[in-house]
Design a protein around this ligand. Structure first.
Ligand code: URA
Length: 237
């Protein structure tokens, strides 16, 4: 499938005049450093965090889950995509973004030359909230340390947050998603660059916003390309 075909599948009009992207925007103030989940001095590992997630009973969501949804993809990926929480199909499959929203996410990533297998995809929560309700603060508080450990293990060049929950949680803000778009934020001790866009489920319900999402994706791609060009020190493209 050609790039144009992916964009068409996304519902994006490729002939829309290009909006000049605010690439020179100053990074937002850094989010507070995340709590350190691993005892100082102990090297963390994928094996350790995987095992802890698989047997996690830190919140009530463990009662209703079929299984935990750890995350999927290349553990050495330069891109980390973060969503909200598993839905019904993800709970059954044990993999994030496998339902209709996942199919759209795959197209969104392909539109910026990122086959799903080349990124790592994870969620704020590892277990499905009943009825797909929003995550509760106490659930996020218990689960976020796992994601923070995944971020430290991957050391991505760029984090792409899809949706309000992922963006507001990672950036520790109540600012509406619409005002977080179009700029580069920073996360955690490494000040990892973060770009946000709409959640694919929202785009499925509100296709008119796909054009905006395409602007975000182009902005993310350009930001990544700039970072790769200016930081060749071990930051692979
Ligand atoms: N929505 C999400 O945010 N994550 C998933 O894994 C699936 C749907």
């Amino acid at each position: 499938m050609s790039r144009a075909q992916y964009l068409e599948a996304l519902g994006v009009d490729v002939w829309v005049p290009r909006v000049r992207l605010p690439l020179g925007t100053a990074p937002a103030p850094a989010a507070a450093a995340p709590a350190v989940a691993v005892a100082t001095g102990d090297a963390d590992s994928w094996q350790a965090v995987r095992a802890e997630v698989a047997s996690c009973r830190r919140c009530g969501l463990c009662e209703g889950r079929t299984q935990t949804v750890f995350g999927v993809g290349d553990t050495a990926a330069r891109w980390l995509v973060i969503g909200e929480a598993p839905g019904e199909q993800e709970d059954l499959a044990g993999e994030p973004f496998v339902g209709p929203a996942g199919q759209l996410l795959d197209k969104m990533l392909l539109a910026i030359d990122l086959p799903r297998s080349t990124v790592f995809i994870a969620n704020i929560l590892k277990c499905r909230p009943p009825g797909n309700r929003d995550p509760r603060p106490e659930e996020v508080a218990q689960c976020l340390p796992y994601l923070e450990r995944q971020i430290r293990l991957i050391e991505p060049t760029l984090i792409l947050c899809v949706g309000r929950i992922a963006a507001q949680t990672l950036l520790q803000t109540d600012t509406p998603l619409g005002r977080l778009r179009g700029r580069v934020h920073a996360f955690g001790p490494l000040q990892t660059p973060v770009v946000v866009t709409y959640h694919p489920s929202y785009l499925l319900r509100t296709p008119g916003e796909k054009r905006q999402a395409w602007q975000d994706l182009k902005f993310a791609r350009q930001t990544f390309d700039q970072l790769s060009a200016t930081r060749p020190d071990g930051h692979r493209s």
